[in-house]
Ligand binder design. Structure first.
Ligand code: ZN
Length: 489
């Protein structure tokens, strides 16, 4: 065997173990009896130790040094393994252990602080998480920008400065659009109750309509919807809410976007570094284009309206046009995860700017809440009323996930670019969507993006699919056209 073949044999087993570790997490959120929690924590720990040891195994370094790529797939595999090996090897074991211990504790402190609206109770442990992440970033990046080192683990190749330029261009037009919308009369709100069985049946129908393959997947209920797994076993979860069936439907479509990306990757990459989505941002572009540009389009919501009438009878919305406006209704709120297409990115931009300032040292943890509240008032026009609606609402910082937030907006930006390219390639797409048929859209995404998995860098993955470098323009143009239409602006 060549060094490359030996490396890939070893790597395949590591990838398989990674899938098993992921399925333990899936089980914990869906099936596991509550009493098993302490044992599961040990099981997770054992898997994490095994995976860590394999990632820094000295043989990996030797194989990498000796391996010769024979084609572009081999070159891409080596690039992924080298990157992972370098990053993991640079972080001292004691620091990695301290980070794992501290973020686990910080998560519990955050949950209590959020329930009790007690910011001061959270800040000392947050300070420790920030310090440890900065230390980790310095170990990886040397003297380079610590934020970039963290961002790179979610979106390889992206930098804080490049994202800031894109996001600074988004912000003023989003603020202006939001403000114009909220000055206009709002569409009717959905009212009434919708039985769970009907929601689950229609949500499965939606999953199938968007190409989710249940031969290689399954749908279960969870408190927070997620997708998990790669290759031949890609599972999703959803949730129901008696008075908010859109939450169920659009959570499902969102997770189907993630899941069909994984299912759409060429099976020749199975259990290799190329066999899963290339980055968080590209992953989110798939969930968002399914959920928003396709799932919340006028044509598709026309079909969904009929499906909801068939399932629930008359639910008080007069016709397809009114239903489209109701689905896309924009209203005041504090919570990122509940935000509509227009306001969602403003939430993310706020967190991005604050966490970058935290990592650079320009903002102290003690001034974080004031900075959050000032920024929120500036962009949304009203004040945060309590910490659980402000600085304490998201789990990410307690878990040390600095650099993760911007991938949500990057995903929306990518989705905007992909949608423009898709519409140019399939100009009469709406006639399909109006019948609940997404196959030409999902087929285009599979053909031009999904099948390649990790073959190219994230940026080149988008460039290959759209023919040009990504920019915020298409997303802004799409949002302005759509919402000016709905609100008659
Ligand atoms: Zn997502």
């Amino acid at each position: 065997m060549t060094a490359y073949q030996e490396l890939m044999t070893f790597q395949r087993e590591t990838e398989a173990l990674g899938q098993i570790a992921g399925r333990l997490g899936w089980d914990q959120e869906t099936m596991m009896p509550e009493g098993a929690t302490p044992q599961r924590a040990e099981e997770h720990g054992a898997m994490a130790n095994i995976l860590h040891a394999r990632r820094i195994d000295p043989r990996v370094g030797e194989w990498l040094a000796a391996a010769e790529p024979t084609d572009d797939v081999a070159a891409a595999n080596l690039r992924h393994i080298q990157r992972d090996f370098d990053r993991t090897s640079k972080v001292p074991a004691a620091l990695a252990a301290e980070l794992a211990k501290t973020t686990s504790l910080a998560h519990r402190v955050w949950a209590t602080a959020r329930a009790e609206e007690d910011v001061p109770a959270f800040l000392p442990i947050l300070q420790k998480v920030v310090d440890l992440r900065r230390e980790e970033a310095a170990a990886i990046a040397g003297n380079a920008d610590p934020y970039d080192a963290l961002l790179d683990s979610y979106e390889p190749g992206a930098t804080g400065a490049s994202l800031a330029a894109m996001f600074d261009a988004l912000r003023p037009r989003l603020v202006a659009l939001r403000s114009a919308i909220l000055d206009a009369p709002a569409p009717v709100e959905l009212t009434g109750t919708f039985d769970e069985a009907g929601q689950l049946a229609l949500s499965e129908k939606l999953a199938l309509a968007f190409g989710y393959n249940t031969q290689n997947g399954r749908i279960d209920k969870a408190v927070h919807p997620f997708s998990s797994g790669s290759g031949l076993d890609v599972r999703i979860t959803t949730r129901t809410s008696a008075d908010d069936p859109f939450n169920c439907f659009y959570s499902t479509v969102h997770e189907v976007g993630h899941a069909t990306y994984e299912q759409g990757i060429d099976k020749k990459h199975l259990l290799t570094p190329l066999g899963s989505g290339v980055s968080m941002g590209v992953h989110e572009s798939q969930s968002r284009i399914y959920e928003n540009q396709l799932g919340r389009s006028r044509a598709f919501t026309g079909w969904l309206y009929g499906q909801m009438r068939d399932t629930f009878g008359d639910f008080g919305i007069a016709d397809e046009e009114a239903f489209y406006a109701t689905v896309n209704r924009v209203s005041d709120g504090f919570i990122r995860t509940e935000a509509d297409e227009v306001q969602y990115n403003l939430h993310v931009l706020l967190r991005f700017d604050l966490e970058r300032a935290l990592m650079s040292g320009d903002l102290s943890v003690n001034n974080l809440e004031a900075a959050w509240n000032d920024r929120f008032k500036a962009d949304f026009g009203y004040a945060v009323d309590k910490p659980s609606n402000g600085i304490l609402q998201d789990v990410h910082w307690s878990e040390g996930l600095f650099g993760y937030f911007p991938t949500y907006t990057l995903g929306n930006v990518y989705a905007g670019c992909l949608h423009t390219a898709l519409r140019a390639a399939v100009p009469d797409l709406d006639s399909d969507l109006a019948k609940g048929d997404t196959s030409r859209a999902t087929g285009w995404l599979r053909e031009n993006l999904q099948q390649f998995g990790g073959l190219r860098t994230p940026l080149d993955t988008i460039k290959h699919a759209t023919g040009s470098a990504p920019s915020e323009g298409p997303l802004l143009d799409y949002l302005e056209a759509k919402f000016k239409g709905i609100y008659g602006l």
